[in-house]
Design a protein around this ligand. Structure first.
Ligand SMILES: *Cc1c(COP(=O)(O)O)cnc(C)c1O
Length: 399
């Protein structure tokens, strides 16, 4: 029997690979340096240029850039007028921010289960969980694959609720021929370093609804307006402004906007490289019993944010924990996306319990994400494949 690094063999590679990583080049550095030498560091021409670019590229009338994907989600919930007593339905297979944004507004989070093949929220379970209090659905495009947006939109029309799409994973994905950003009532992006394109931090909300866009701009800027036509009292001078609500500082800076704009020029090649790597992984893993790959839904063209595999412990001959540790020992550091949100202590204290979303809970027991980012070389990709094959061979022959 062969051996593996976890039990003393030499690791497949010497340096660690992580599941995600930014790609920064000289043009990015030049773009950021130019802003540092300009008159504007915070909101200036680059923020406006980025908002124009995003609206144009993703076919939304309005884009409001934000300090993060999380603040984008909060602003979307503010635009949707989520408040105390309202319910918002989302998936448990996501980063906590997709649910926390509802809590910031005082609303209650309801978790609907996922589909076993796509890992995205299941519209049938969403419909079962709709009540008279349901105000919005927050769909998450898990791993880059657009959620069942057509079905969810139908539900939203039928029950008069708002569709928010957390597209942190799916910047550049296409659903039934339409770019993500042009489909939901409100779509949120994140420019965190592991996402399709980065600004270090940053985010955006895209919408066709002017009222939503105005409400979000106001809330992102302390609730302070400089628009004379909005003033409650006659303006005493051109310095005057009014705070009309309790807002926040959720602004993106020109430094970050310049980086996102520079990255956006390489977005297609980033996504192309991600797809190439996914094709190599799929070809290598398709005939490994006990390892299930994540397939793109028909009609989706995913930007492939994550490469998620699900193991079947009885067939593979090891637990997820042992497989995870064994991969890490080979210097292929995996990650688990995610711990089901409703099972975190914070949500349990609010009354959520195991069994609420049985499919998501079962899937979360056995998934892990392999390295996937544009800067991976063919050699890196081959190391990942060799490591998975080595573990597969070792564990199945141990059975
Ligand atoms: C990254 C991420 C966010 C939060 O984005 P930040 O920019 O880190 O605040 C929200 N939802 C999902 C699904 C994410 O992956």
């Amino acid at each position: 029997m062969n051996n593996i690094a976890l039990y003393g063999a030499k690791p497949i590679r010497a340096s660690k690979l992580y599941y995600g990583r930014q790609s920064i080049d000289a043009s990015d550095i030049k773009a950021v340096a130019a802003v540092l030498q300009s008159d504007w560091l915070t909101q200036g021409p680059k923020v406006r240029e980025l908002e124009g670019f995003l609206s144009n590229h993703f076919q939304a009338k309005y884009t409001v850039t934000t300090s993060s994907g999380t603040s984008a989600l909060h602003l979307a919930c503010i635009a949707a007028r989520i408040g105390s007593g309202d319910e918002v339905i989302t998936t448990p297979l996501t980063f906590a921010a997709s649910a926390n944004c509802v809590r910031y507004c005082g609303g209650d989070v309801v978790f609907a289960d996922i589909d076993l093949d796509t890992y995205n929220i299941d519209p049938a379970d969403v419909e079962r969980k709709i009540t008279a209090k349901t105000k919005a659905i927050i769909a998450v495009d898990y791993a880059g694959q657009p959620a069942a947006l057509a079905e969810l939109k139908q539900l939203c029309e039928k029950y008069n609720i708002i569709l928010i799409e957390d597209a942190a994973h799916s910047i550049g994905s296409v659903c039934d021929g339409k770019p993500v950003g042009s489909i939901a009532d409100l779509t949120t992006f994140s420019f965190h370093p592991v996402k399709t394109i980065t600004g270090g931090e940053g985010g955006a909300v895209l919408t066709d609804n002017k009222q939503f866009a105005d409400a979000m701009r106001l809330a992102a800027n302390h609730g302070i307006t400089k628009c004379e036509s909005d003033f409650a009292i006659p303006t005493p001078g051109s310095w005057y402004c009014e705070q009309v609500m309790l807002g926040y500082n959720y602004r993106l800076s020109d430094i970050q906007a310049a980086l996102v704009l520079s990255q956006a020029q390489r977005m297609d090649s980033f996504i192309g490289r991600r797809k190439e790597i996914v094709a190599k992984y799929n070809a290598a893993f398709c005939d490994l019993p006990g390892i299930i790959t994540h397939q793109d839904r028909v009609g989706n063209d995913s930007c492939w944010h994550l490469y998620v595999i699900r193991i079947v412990p009885e067939i593979l001959g090891c637990s997820r924990r042992e497989f995870f540790d064994a991969l890490a020992a080979e210097n292929i550091q995996p990650q688990v996306h995610y711990v089901p949100v409703h099972l975190h202590p914070y949500y349990r204290k609010l009354g959520h319990v195991p069994g609420e979303c049985p499919v998501a809970e079962a899937v979360c027991e056995n998934i892990l994400s392999l390295p996937l980012y544009p800067a991976l070389t063919d050699e890196d990709v081959n190391d990942v494949i060799s490591a998975v094959k080595r573990l597969h061979c070792f564990f199945t022959s141990r059975l």
